[in-house]
Design a protein around this ligand. Sequence first.
Ligand SMILES: Cc1ncc(COP(=O)(O)O)c(C=O)c1O
Length: 412
Amino acid sequence: MNTFEYIDGRLHCEDVDLSILGETYGTPSYVYSKKTIHENAKAYVNSFTNSDNLACFAVKSLSNLSILNIIKNSGCGFDIVSGGELNRVLSIGAEPKKVIFSGVGKTKKEIEQGINSGILSFNVESESELYRIEKVAEEIGSPAPISIRINPDIDSGGHDYITTGRKGDKFGISETRKIIDLCKHAHRAKHLKIVGLACHIGSQILDLDGFIKSADKIFELADELANFDISLEFLDLGGGLGISYEDEVPPSPFDLISCLEEKFKNRKERLILEPGRSISANAGILLTQVEYIKDNFLIVDAAMNDLLRPSLYKAHHDVCNVIDKKDNLKKWNIVGPICESSDFLAKNISLDVNEDDLIAIKNAGAYGFVMASNYNSRPKACEILIDGNESKIIRERETLDDLLEKEKIVND
Ligand SMILES: Cc1ncc(COP(=O)(O)O)c(C=O)c1O
């Protein structure tokens, strides 16, 4: 679905005219459509035919509290990777039994937080982590639910930095023997409870092959564990479904879930997924104003500190005018004011544009604001949620004072 559309030549998000929004709240601003977030989350929830199955939204892709609340109300759980993300989901009243804790570097404090809040499971990424969780659980006196994240050695394709399931990537455990031994240990341990197996092979995945192969690997392991009387509650096949940034045609959540539920049909474990991008990406744009035109550069007021993906992964984002015009099209490199040649938002984009015009960087909802920084002492953009004809600030624009707040001048 697409809720960013031209109405009478002016780009709207749902029923709100983005040119008016830009004047009201200034730029750069992240703008999200509530309807799109809700429908994208529902596309997962409604595709499950077995109500025990669960989609845990990957909070890392877009973590604003209002957005998480919409996703919670759509019926999803959450996949988190830090104590900070756990705090976010608990603060919106998420059910702990719908929270999965992934990530390779969980600290003792984060493990305590997870056990004390009663989360569904820790996705364990190494042998050392398993023993650390066991120790913390013993100290607290409460058993920790765990699943082992396997590294299935599957290349999901796409950019090297977002491929996570190949042997040699830092994620999960690849040796079958070790996985079985750790599961046997967890099964016997007083302070651990083995509840699942997990894997997540990468992001922006454009076909179902990798998911099918991962399911086969995970089934094989689950069947071997059954020989040791270890039965599992769920099998978590991760996130990673891609979206259309240019002309890609990814499978839909329905395609993915139908295919996996078919494979799960004779199994007793629940299916868990951890989608991020496919729920959040097309629900957001970054609204920015053209400050200067120089040669073939559009110098805008957003920069790599606001949207890092183009600089980090050479990721492509389509860009369009807020007020539609096409009489004087020219190819532009869209760059920010930051003092790095890597500070670009899009290259070779055809637009008819003048200084002071507003433009929209599309599909910026996922891995957009969450990766923003204050590089070059730039305050972070505000985040705005559109609901029909209403717009609400869901995160204030940072001020120059905010940037100094935590710093101290010490006497020399
Ligand atoms: C463990 C884990 N689960 C889920 C996701 C979400 O991936 P995506 O946003 O591609 O769906 C990620 C993203 O990197 C991840 O690391």
